[in-house]
Each structure stands twice: as C-alpha cells, then as structure tokens.
Design a protein. Structure first.
Length: 183
C-alpha cells in the first residue's frame, strides 16, 4: 500500500497501491459514486493499457487480483485484457449498438478494456485512452490547449494519437474506424 485507504464521504473510498513492478494504480470501493457510467463514446474512457517489462508476471498479477482474462488476439498491442461480460453490460446499459458496430471484430472484442504492452522505452505505467469522434480535430484542440503530440498513427480499427498534456501526462486519443467502415 502506498496511500490510504481514504474516505471520500458518501462517494466511496480509495487506496493507492503498486503492482509487483512498482506500477502505481488505485483501487476504488464504491459508495454513491459507482464509477464510469459511460464508455467508448467521444470524451469518455475507452481503454487502459499497462506498459510493463514482464508481460507474464503482469498478466498473472492482474488476473489473480481482478479476475481479468488475458488473451492474445494477434493484434497490434499483443496481449489484451478482457472483463468477461463487459460487452453485454455495455449493450444493456450505455451502448446498445456495440455488438452491431463490432460485428466484424474478433469474438468477445466488446469485452476488451485494455492491453498489456512490452515496450522497453516506456517505464512501467498505465496509459489511458479516450474515445474521440475526430482524431485530427481533437489533436488540434489539445495542441491549442498546450499539449504536444508524441506519436500518431492508424491501425485496422483506429486513428490514434498519443499526446502529452501540459502537466507532462501521456494519454491517447482514439477514433474508432472499423475495417469495413461499420460504425
């Protein structure tokens, strides 16, 4: 444990911890504030990727802690993190069209919440990806607000840009662009 637990009134409580590689993260025990109610839409959370030097150790730790499924989907990011049933939850709550939009995606793609990435140039850390409707427009806005573009590119599923905000935090802006043009 690094800090906490800290009570945040009726909203809940949190504790700051580190995984075995020293990567910091927080655990949230919900009270009245249950957590993210919206995902995968412009301006909302999309993925959280773990950058690590020990993919196998990280997979074992987080699987044991949260019950996540770690799968190799032969995609750019390598191992992907799935929360079983997450896609069904989204379809029943905030994203009823998720399965139709992702119909050409691999099975259980809607259950993905992130990836485990080995990159020797990145110290162990979690990096958050936010959904945007227009990568280029969002990058221009971020730059106007003081961010710098670290990297941008395209994959079979996204147009994305990693930016560094004025406080020095890296995050990713991601525009969903499925291969068949389905949205």
């Amino acid at each position: 444990m690094v800090q906490g637990p800290v009570d945040v009134g009726p909203a809940g409580r949190w504790v700051a911890v580190r995984d075995p590689q020293g990567t910091p993260f927080r655990l949230w025990q919900a009270g009245r504030r249950v957590g993210a109610q919206l995902a995968n839409v412009p301006g909302a959370w999309n993925f959280s990727d773990l950058f690590t030097t020990d993919r196998v150790g990280a997979a074992a730790f987080y699987q044991g802690l949260f019950g996540w499924r770690i799968v190799d989907m032969a995609m750019d990011a390598g191992m992907m993190i799935q929360v079983p049933g997450y896609g069904e939850h989204l379809a029943a709550t905030s994203d009823p069209g998720i399965h139709e939009r992702q119909e050409s995606a691999p099975p259980e793609f809607a259950d993905l919440i992130g990836g485990i990435v080995v990159d020797p140039d990145v110290p162990p850390a979690w990096r958050v990806t936010f959904t945007v409707a227009d990568r280029d427009g969002s990058v221009a806005t971020a730059e106007r607000l003081g961010a710098t573009v670290v990297q941008s590119g395209e994959s079979a599923w996204t147009r994305h840009a990693r930016i560094r905000d004025p406080q020095g935090v890296d995050l990713v802006l991601s525009q969903f662009t499925p291969p068949d043009g389905d949205r």
